[in-house]
Design a protein around this ligand. Structure first.
Ligand code: ZN
Length: 322
């Protein structure tokens, strides 16, 4: 072979792999002992919201392919499924953009993306393909949800959401750009609505203590991010008095020793206090400031805010804080 001719070489080998079912991993027969060197490989299930893969997908699944082949070459039985995260806003946006039923557009995209993945030659077991919009798949999502609900781990409560007044819909944090709707550009408002939640906090302590078995270590940096995300549950709740309203506002802190240095008292824009006690000016500010992403807010070097006209008393030294 003098030159690499992808048009000839690649279809040939893709056909050979397909006919040999090279990446197919059958279930163990009943009673068959489990293979010690088994490996489960899953990068993520992509959104089939565009008609084609993008370079991020190629990067991501090529890395997964390298890991897959490494373990295969080391004699492991490697199971690598594929699937489609087909529900939600990306599918809805694609349907609006292209005009049509979300299911038809989604399924058309899946056909194209699957073909691209096969042309890239990734070692995927195509007998193990799932789709989150397929009733055979989501009946299990529903089954799981009911088990959570029965145990009190799924519950409803009022919470602030990003609301687009133009699209009349709730927008995920990821689709709010600079406080504006990614879809139509309208200014996003914060609204209180009843929503479903999972009580993940019930497992916070257990999760923080969890250690992966040898061979599954993560870099220390990743572990720190996860620990901070899970959150700390040890600390103190301290009450700040607002005399004008005759109420106490609880504050949670992991560092009560720093209270002596407090110079001002801030409530987050989504705090129920704003709706109940703030001036119209402060409410208006909160409606838009609250719609910014938490990361965006944290990254702003200049903190903004509006004076509520109220003072809170620092319980450790009696100082009145604006
Ligand atoms: Zn919008």
């Amino acid at each position: 072979m003098d030159r690499y001719e992808p048009e000839q070489i690649e279809p040939k080998w893709q056909r050979v792999w397909k006919e040999a079912r090279a990446f197919n991993v059958p279930n163990p027969a009943p009673g068959e002992p489990l293979d010690d060197r088994r490996w489960y490989q899953l990068e993520m299930l992509p959104y089939p919201s565009a008609n084609s893969l993008h370079m991020g997908h190629v990067f991501n699944y090529t890395m997964g392919d390298v890991v897959t082949h490494f373990h295969r070459r080391n004699g492991a039985r490697v199971l690598r499924p594929m699937g489609w995260d087909a529900f939600g806003l990306p599918a809805e946006n694609a349907a609006i953009r292209e005009g049509g039923h979300p299911r038809e557009i989604t399924e058309r995209s899946i056909v194209n993306i699957r073909e691209q993945m096969q042309r890239l030659g990734w070692a995927i077991d195509w007998d193990r393909e799932v789709s989150s919009h397929d009733p055979r798949f989501y009946k299990w999502t529903q089954w799981l949800f009911l088990r959570f609900f029965e145990r009190g781990l799924a519950y409803r409560k009022e919470a602030p959401v990003n609301w687009c007044p133009n699209d009349q819909t709730v927008i995920a944090n990821e689709y709010v750009v600079d406080g504006h709707c990614e879809r139509c550009g309208a200014l996003i408002e914060l609204r209180n609505m009843t929503q479903w939640f999972f009580k993940t906090t019930a497992y916070a302590d257990e999760l923080r203590e969890f250690e992966l078995p040898p061979g599954g270590e993560w870099p220390e940096k990743t572990k720190t991010i996860q620990r901070n995300w899970i959150g700390r549950s040890e600390g103190a709740e301290i009450l700040f008095r607002v005399d004008e309203l005759d109420i106490d506002v609880p504050v949670f802190t992991t560092r009560p020793d720093t209270l002596f240095g407090a110079t001002f008292f801030v409530v987050a824009p989504e705090h129920p206090f704003v709706e109940a006690h703030a001036s119209d000016e402060a409410k208006d500010y909160a409606k838009h400031a609250g719609a910014k992403r938490t990361e965006e807010r944290a990254a702003e070097t200049e903190k903004t805010g509006v004076f509520t006209g109220l003072y809170a008393t620092n319980p450790v030294n009696g100082e009145r804080l604006p």
